[in-house]
Design a protein around this ligand. Structure first.
Ligand SMILES: Cc1cc2nc3c(=O)[nH]c(=O)nc-3n(C[C@H](O)[C@H](O)[C@H](O)COP(=O)(O)O)c2cc1C
Length: 458
């Protein structure tokens, strides 16, 4: 879209036209920053940014917004702790908390719309002034923030704009945008099916019944999604974070990934390995460290957007350029020739697939005789499975896409129908966090079930 010629109204002079196009071009170059250098911004500039922001329109012109600029280091650190995942809160120069007064013109969230308009205007002001920023809804617990900010009950806080200067090493990549034809239509609604995600059938989808933690309409069953819908969803949402070092390392899985990867078979230096659907590349980084030099690792993902994210992520983590190659996987078909791979790794992904058994057939096809499969899966018959059923699956679908844990015994049967299981274990006795290794019958009750299987020569 940004390469297309742009046009303005004929009422503009040549100079005005050039100015307009230059500013629009600059605005289109804005990208969120999640790695700041910790330097300060002069208070008067921060005030000017707020002054720019309130040039935004507001419903009934009530301007019932309020902005709290936080620059004190201890408070920023506290803000970071309260937010949970937004580490950049501690290193930005300022956080501008976005608040509004309650009890006024709530129809269609008009107050919230007004605050959003002002926030974007502040963002553009900061960007044009040479700073970097990021808009955050992930601010954390309201009551702790209320206490920290001294916010009266009649006001609510809905987000924070972090402004600062990017670290020189921060990724300079922009999150991908959908093709224009997907997100607008003339006169009537029209949108491709791949860009409309499945939700549970309902007559209405009332705003107030949907939150991050409670979404009765969320469709977690990947079989209700097409491969294209899953690809679309995962490919855009991976960019909810920047491809920074250490991003998307799950606190829930703890050391489980290392235990999973300890099942890797002995590999020769020239082995050909494929890792399937690693989404943000966390397992790819860990896997790379365990492969012999010279082994060829290929990553197969569903979307080019994932691939560009993982490439930058590997770069940020210091991986040698060219060490990994990438392939696009379409409609559940593995993008490899028959009988060519020594190892296929499926890291907690078959539960994300519309038809896991068909993909296991694909693994069988692409492995050379005697080649290996390393597979792990979230286990429905476990303390985690109970947690997923009672709590997790009531929330909205996660950014990695919909998934339904599988029963370890069912997966073991799928595997033994196709492969020789060389070793299988359960990982994690608790619902979250631990990485205890479970053997014997207990292996079918761990949070994860993991197996190393061998292709059975015909
Ligand atoms: C309302 C809103 C809330 C957001 N909340 C967060 C957040 O809590 N944490 C975060 O890292 N990014 C957050 N973002 C940033 C988006 O992930 C980001 O804008 C998006 O990936 C597009 O990337 P870009 O800003 O670089 O174009 C938020 C953006 C908006 C508009």
């Amino acid at each position: 879209m940004s390469n297309q010629p742009r046009d303005v109204d004929r009422s503009l002079s040549r100079t005005e036209e050039a100015d307009a196009l230059r500013i629009l071009g600059k605005m289109a170059g804005r990208a969120s920053c999640r790695e700041f250098d910790g330097s300060d911004i002069a208070p008067h500039i921060l005030e000017e940014i707020v002054r720019d922001g309130v040039e935004a329109p507001s419903s009934c012109n009530q301007q019932n917004w309020h902005f709290i600029i936080v620059t004190d280091q201890d408070r920023k650190q506290r803000a970071r702790n309260i937010s949970g995942g937004n580490h950049h809160f501690a290193d930005c120069a300022a956080l501008i908390y976005l608040c509004f007064q309650k009890g006024w013109t709530h129809g269609n969230f008009s107050i919230v719309q007004s605050v959003a308009g002002a926030c974007y205007h502040m963002m553009i002001s900061a960007h044009l002034r040479g700073f970097q920023c990021i808009w955050n809804a992930g601010i954390g617990d309201q009551s702790q923030l209320r206490e920290m900010l001294g916010l009266p009950l009649a006001f609510d806080v809905i987000g924070a704009l972090a402004i600062g200067r990017a670290k020189p090493s921060a990724p300079r990549v922009k999150a991908p945008r959908r093709p224009l034809e997907e997100i607008f239509s003339w006169e009537k609604f029209d949108r491709p099916a791949t860009a409309c995600y499945p939700v549970k059938q309902a007559d209405t989808y009332p705003y107030w019944e949907i939150s991050n933690d409670q979404n009765p309409f969320a469709e977690w069953n990947p079989a209700a999604w097409s491969w294209d819908q899953i690809a679309d969803f995962r490919g855009y949402s991976v960019w909810a974070k920047s491809p920074l070092r250490g991003v998307y390392v799950s606190r829930r899985q703890g050391d489980a990934m290392d235990v999973e990867q300890a099942l890797l078979p002995a590999l020769k230096g020239d082995s050909r390995i494929a890792e399937i659907m690693p989404w943000g590349g966390t397992s790819t980084m860990a896997l790379l460290q365990k492969l012999p030099d010279g082994a060829c690792l290929s990553v197969a993902e569903l979307s080019d957007n994932n691939i560009s994210f993982i490439k930058e992520r590997l770069h940020q983590e210091g991986s040698v350029p060219g060490r990994v190659t990438f392939e696009l996987m379409q409609n559940g078909r593995l993008p490899y020739e028959t009988s060519t791979l020594d190892l296929v790794v499926l890291p907690q992904v078959i539960e994300h697939m519309p038809n896991p058994q068909a993909v296991l057939d694909e693994v069988n096809r692409v492995l050379r005789p005697g080649g290996h499969l390393l597979v792990s899966v979230r286990n429905l018959d476990s303390a985690y499975g109970d947690l997923w059923r009672t709590t997790e699956s009531r929330a909205q679908v996660p950014n990695q896409g919909p998934f339904t844990p599988c029963s370890a015994k069912v997966v073991a049967a799928w595997l033994s129908d196709r492969f020789e299981i060389e070793e299988d274990i359960g990982i994690g006795a608790e619902a979250t966090g631990d990485a205890a290794i479970l053997r014997g019958e207990a292996r079918f009750g761990g949070r994860l079930y993991a197996a190393r299987c061998r292709h059975m020569a015909a």
